[in-house]
Design a protein around this ligand. Structure first.
Ligand code: IMP
Length: 423
């Protein structure tokens, strides 16, 4: 049963890229299963810093086949730019495989997202403006354009005609914008298709054959559980499904292959964009986490909102995904606090909750029940074994493990590969 699912347990930005890179040694395939270039990973390995938006995190290791699966929305211009940049830094990207079934982000998705988010004013979601929501909406409405459509010009033109009839009316008549030109899109996208030709594949079949041959496959999620379209803080969510169940739907194989479901959890919590965040620290403590943790988006550069660890969110993630273990990241960021707050429960509507309450009103008014634990003064970046961490840091890790009910297998104390301490 050689498949492993790795996903974020908070609002994204848990440090999944580094965790996947750490685990990737033992993998043969790394598969990105949802989202698009709204995600951003920074990986530091062998002295190199790489920023990835679409390409899976296994790209650094030459023995790995990296796959972009059906459930990802792909902006081909961005993908090609990323491949060019990775190639220029000396990496061999020729093995990347892109599903023929993946949907494409089109120029009108970007245009429409810009104007619709502006129109929402104070109700705007604070999206990354990469066209993610509009592309997934067209996919569900069955007017999306897929990678395979690029290899049949007649079909591409027909599908574009259908979709642009409506999009251009909305752009011009509702939002007073200029229409997009079909001819320009066809020319650009056929050009992208040519350059991507050697990468496109029947990735479902590829993964099926790999699993049957006993290969190790890692399914890499983007964003996090609390941004899940169904299970997150709707409508302040992304338009895809980061939870573990969707990894299989996207990659195209069954659950019998899955052996491990690894949740990536940051030692504190961050969130980008609008929406409820019960443990947010709107004070100097939150600023300190943001500064020490460099909490600015890889994709948009936006400052992330910061707050204390939330065990309710962790228990919710464990329940939704069947987590078999956790990787705890960025423990080093918490050095220097005299005491650390941990949310161990919520009070809302006269009740108490040990994970996420069943409706949005209760979640919006949820008041954390805090426990305070002693902090530690020492910087952790040079520590190379769990036993060498200050005893307060070890106790913090063990307490999170106990609260979440899931074993922590690795603790991160910095961005480099060697700063991952196995337990
Ligand atoms: P969208 O995914 O661009 O539609 O944005 C929807 C929401 O998800 C916004 O609040 C974004 O800030 C958030 N979001 C999307 N991708 C990420 C991510 O990789 N990390 C953190 N937040 C994200």
């Amino acid at each position: 049963m050689p498949a492993t699912i790795v996903l974020g347990t908070q609002w994204g930005d848990e440090g999944k890229g580094k965790a996947v890179d750490y685990l990737a040694d033992r993998m043969d395939f790394v598969v990105r299963y949802q989202g698009g270039n709204n995600a951003g990973h920074t990986i530091i390995a062998e002295g190199r810093e790489l920023k990835l938006n679409l390409v899976p995190s296994g790209i650094l290791l030459p023995h790995i086949t990296n796959v972009i699966a059906d459930g990802v929305v792909v902006d081909p211009r961005v993908l090609l730019r990323e491949l060019d940049e990775l190639g220029a830094s000396g990496l061999d990207v020729s093995g990347l495989r892109l599903s023929l079934n993946a949907h494409l982000i089109m120029p009108y998705h970007l245009e429409l997202e810009k104007v619709t988010q502006r129109y929402l004013g104070k109700n705007a979601l604070g999206t990354t403006k990469r066209g993610i929501g509009p592309a997934y909406a067209d996919r569900a409405a069955r007017v999306g354009i897929r990678v395979q459509d690029l290899y049949d010009e007649k079909i591409l033109r027909e599908k574009l005609d259908v979709v642009l009839w409506e999009k251009n009316r909305v752009l011009t008549k509702v939002y007073n914008q200029l229409p997009v030109q079909a001819e320009q899109i066809v020319e650009d996208y056929l050009g992208y298709a040519e350059r991507l030709r050697s990468h496109v594949a029947d990735t479902g079949r590829l993964l099926h054959d790999a699993l049957n041959a006993g290969k190790n496959v890692m399914l890499e999620g983007a964003q996090g559980v609390m941004l899940d379209l169904d299970h997150g803080t709707y409508p302040f969510v992304t338009s895809s499904t980061p939870v573990a169940g969707y990894a299989l739907a996207s990659a195209g194989f069954g659950p019998q292959h899955v052996e491990r479901v690894i949740g990536i959890t940051k030692a504190y919590v961050t969130r980008v964009g609008s929406g409820p965040f019960p443990t947010e620290a709107l004070d100097a403590d939150g600023d300190r986490m943001g500064d020490r943790g460099h909490e600015f988006g890889t994709t948009t550069g936006r400052k992330r909102r910061c707050g204390w660890f939330d065990a309710n969110v962790l228990r919710y993630a464990a329940r939704l995904n069947g987590l078999t273990e956790l990787i705890l990241t960025k423990l080093d960021v918490l050095s220097g606090f005299e005491t650390l707050k941990i949310c161990v429960g919520y009070r809302a509507g006269g009740d108490t909750y040990d994970d996420v309450p069943p409706n949005q009103t209760l979640f919006h008014e949820a008041e954390p029940v805090w426990e305070e634990v002693p902090g530690w003064g020492d910087e952790l970046g040079d520590v190379r074994s769990f036993e060498d961490l200050p005893k307060e840091a070890q106790a913090y890790v063990r307490f999170l493990e106990e609260l979440g009910g899931v074993r922590i297998s690795v603790v991160g104390v910095g961005p480099a590969r060697e700063q991952s301490l196995p337990l």
